[in-house]
Ligand binder design. Structure first.
Ligand code: ADP
Length: 415
């Protein structure tokens, strides 16, 4: 990766230290965002930041005989926030680097709007980038760092100053112009990185695990702030994470990758409520997975034999034709499980032994061992109470669990 390319695309690091001061900026920051949204259209004769679409067509990347991205086609609508979500090694960064121009696909094309950019070098793509581990210029002040991409583009001095101060207000760094970046806290440096990536009004912003090493609270703050800035600026955002909560809280659409292929794409609700595969169901959200075979199947639902003559119920994933004897994965979310007093096992009700129970405030988490030694987790509402005997009966509404045909050799998390 040439330094000139990195500098030219405004790549910067989101530093990874904690910054409690950040929390106090937040309220002021949101007010700025709203006022910026109103004034943004008049700030410069260099034009507003307008997102353009990214169209990835059949992107394939091979290293030797290993295919790390396999024929991915994906359209990121102009101005939208799309997240590539998947486990480590699923090809997210390779795809993002392809969009940036640092990785050339073995096959396939990338369009920005209707322009084919597949062979363009990064510096000609005019994209903003934010990475987890790329430092700001340590010898420069905040304002100098943010101004850098404008100087590179030959913007006049008179125009740079208002652009930089506008961007500093947008990310909540007003008044820190002359502060050396090395004197900033980690969270403040993150904001400088974001400002530097956006100051030249890129139509596309790429972010690769930018919040990767922050603690939970800081992550959550910055998740909503980055999303708000993206909405205010109107840039098209492509974001990479392996964290499903982060993906769900920030994205207009999520693209779930596994082994270099798209498993499913859709809104957070679509991905969570109607997962297209057992992998997605297991990776996105909490899930219990039971393996078994179809004992009975009808358009309304099916009974799955999970060993020990135990029958549980579910509905088959849309599009699947399941027949008696087919091996399947049945997924049920912990909050869909009910526990009752022990009873004779009948189809849909199976016996279990409570192993532990943890009170978490908004829920009670109970681990239950089934007769086939599988341990499942139930998440009960505290007001519903919990069984007072160790031996229980486990059940769920058939509509609350989904049955997927089992793929040969596929493991749930793609590892
Ligand atoms: P993710 O971002 O989802 O963690 P990556 O895109 O970084 O995944 O990597 C996908 C796969 O491609 C991994 O198995 C990784 O080892 C492999 N890979 C990435 N870059 C190279 C490279 N330059 N040479 C060989 N293999 C690579």
């Amino acid at each position: 990766m040439a330094e000139a390319d990195l500098i030219d695309t405004g790549i910067s690091t989101l530093f990874l230290h904690l910054n409690n001061n950040l929390l106090t900026y937040r309220r002021v920051f949101v007010i700025f965002l709203l006022s910026e949204a109103r004034s943004n259209r008049a700030i410069s004769d260099r034009g507003v930041m307008t997102g353009i679409s990214v169209d990835i067509r059949g992107f394939t990347k091979e290293y030797g005989n290993m295919t790390v991205v396999d024929g991915v086609s994906l359209n990121v609508a102009a101005g939208s926030f799309v997240t590539l979500l998947g486990p480590s090694g699923s090809g997210k960064s390779t795809l993002l680097m392809g969009v940036a121009g640092f990785t050339r696909p073995t096959r396939g094309n990338i369009f920005f709007g209707d322009r084919d950019v597949t062979v363009l070098p990064p510096r000609q793509r005019n994209i903003g980038m934010v990475f987890q581990n790329y430092a700001l210029f340590p010898h420069m002040t905040v304002a100098q760092n943010i101004a850098f991409p404008l100087i590179q583009r030959g913007v006049s001095k008179a125009e740079i100053a208002p652009e930089v101060s506008k961007m500093m207000r947008l990310v909540g760094l007003r008044g820190m112009d002359d502060r050396p970046v090395t004197k900033l806290s980690g969270g403040q440096q993150q904001r400088v990185a974001l400002a530097r990536a956006l100051v030249f009004r890129p139509p596309i912003l790429l972010m690769d695990e930018p919040l990767g090493a922050l603690d939970k609270k800081m992550r959550e703050h910055l998740q909503s702030e980055i999303k708000e800035i993206q909405q205010v600026t109107g840039t098209t955002a492509l974001f990479v994470t392996h964290d499903q909560d982060e993906a769900m809280s920030m994205s207009d659409r999520i693209v779930v990758l596994n082994h270099g292929r798209i498993e499913q794409q859709g809104t957070s609700a679509e991905i969570y409520d109607t997962p297209a595969s057992a992998f997605v169901a297991d990776f996105v959200g909490e899930a219990n997975m039971l393996q078994g075979s179809i004992a009975e199947s009808s358009p309304q639902g099916c009974l799955v034999e999970i060993g020990h003559n135990l029958l549980v119920c579910g509905k088959s994933v849309p599009g699947a034709v399941l027949e008696k004897g087919d091996t399947v994965d049945l997924i049920v979310r912990p909050n869909r499980i009910s526990l009752g007093p022990e009873r004779e096992p009948v189809p849909g009700f199976i016996p279990g032994e409570m192993l532990s129970s943890a009170y978490l405030g908004e829920s009670i988490l109970i681990r239950v061992r089934l007769p086939n030694d599988k341990i499942i987790t139930a998440k009960l509402k505290p007001e519903a109470g919990q069984p007072d005997t160790q031996r229980v009966s486990v059940t769920w509404d058939y509509n609350s669990s989904t049955v997927f045909p089992r793929r040969n050799g596929a493991s749930s998390r793609g590892e």
